[in-house]
Design a binder for this molecule. Structure first.
Ligand code: ZN
Length: 273
């Protein structure tokens, strides 16, 4: 499932393809539920003739800002991806001026394109984006100190910090040597700082390596060029249950935490400290 580094990679690649500034000439919708809140026909009508001005990202959301003043808010959910070439699961196809076509593929059909007048209607509910200056150690410390819940679901909670999902949460916890079921407010100042730095670090490395693909299935993450991300070789914890910890050699443990498969090192990340 695409997280911040995968969405950032796709946004950068779409920008590099020079689609910003082009006029939307045609819109084809093959799966009506992908678009909200309008019907497929009304959605097409609202887009056609408008310029796709800029492509940006916040947390796991990608935004297409239109010349009409409206914004398409795109969430890839489980399996959404973009390509410049047609595929078998294309749900939306944009034809831009100059003949460029952009294909939104989504085998699992959970991805959404929401047309909004003001992105703040969605983004206003989110916490700071994990890779911006708005995500501060001070703010993160305050957020954790107020919570008596276990850590992992709080890190997945986009209203606390926006951008992480299951992969990068497990990676950040492994890197900072913190157990996923520690109680948030029990973390020492040093542990919070380690975790804060680990979150930034794993996401930055993820972006640098064009994201993560962890399977070979049809819904697995692919970037705009059709490549699987390069972060996969760098994954230390996620999906490695039963295999040795890169740091200490102990076999990593997999358990379900807050309904999510979670992998950690029982030696490096002790439950009781
Ligand atoms: Zn270990």
């Amino acid at each position: 499932m695409p997280e911040l580094p995968e969405v950032e990679t796709i946004a950068r690649q779409l920008r590099a393809r020079g689609i910003e500034g082009r006029c939307i000439e045609q819109v084809e919708i093959n799966w009506e539920k992908t678009v909200e809140p309008l019907s497929g026909a009304a959605f097409c009508e609202a887009l056609i003739g408008s310029t796709l001005n800029t492509i940006s990202r916040y947390g796991k959301w990608m935004m297409f800002t239109l010349g009409s003043g409206r914004t398409i808010m795109i969430h890839l959910r489980m399996s959404g991806s973009f390509s410049m070439a047609p595929g078998t699961h294309d749900r939306i196809i944009l034809t831009l001026s100059g003949g460029t076509k952009v294909y939104f593929s989504d085998p699992r059909k959970f991805g959404r394109w929401k047309l909004v007048d003001d992105p703040a209607r969605i983004l206003g509910a989110l916490g700071p984006d994990a890779l911006t200056k708005a995500f501060t150690l001070k703010g993160f410390r305050e957020a954790l100190s107020r919570r008596k819940r276990i850590l992992k679901p709080v890190l997945l909670d986009q209203t606390v910090v926006a951008g992480m999902g299951n992969i990068y949460v497990d990676e950040a916890l492994w890197e900072s040597r913190i157990h996923p079921e520690r109680i948030c407010c029990s973390l020492s100042d040093d542990e919070t700082e380690l975790l804060y730095k680990a979150i930034r670090h794993v996401l930055q490395v993820g972006v640098k390596n064009r994201g993560t693909s962890l399977g070979e299935g049809r819904s697995n993450y692919r970037d705009v060029e059709g490549d699987s991300g390069g972060y996969r070789e760098k994954v230390k914890a996620y999906g490695r249950g039963g295999r040795p910890c890169h740091r200490c050699g102990t076999l990593l443990e997999r358990r379900v935490v807050a309904q999510r498969g979670t992998t950690f090192c029982p030696f490096c990340q002790p439950e009781n400290v």
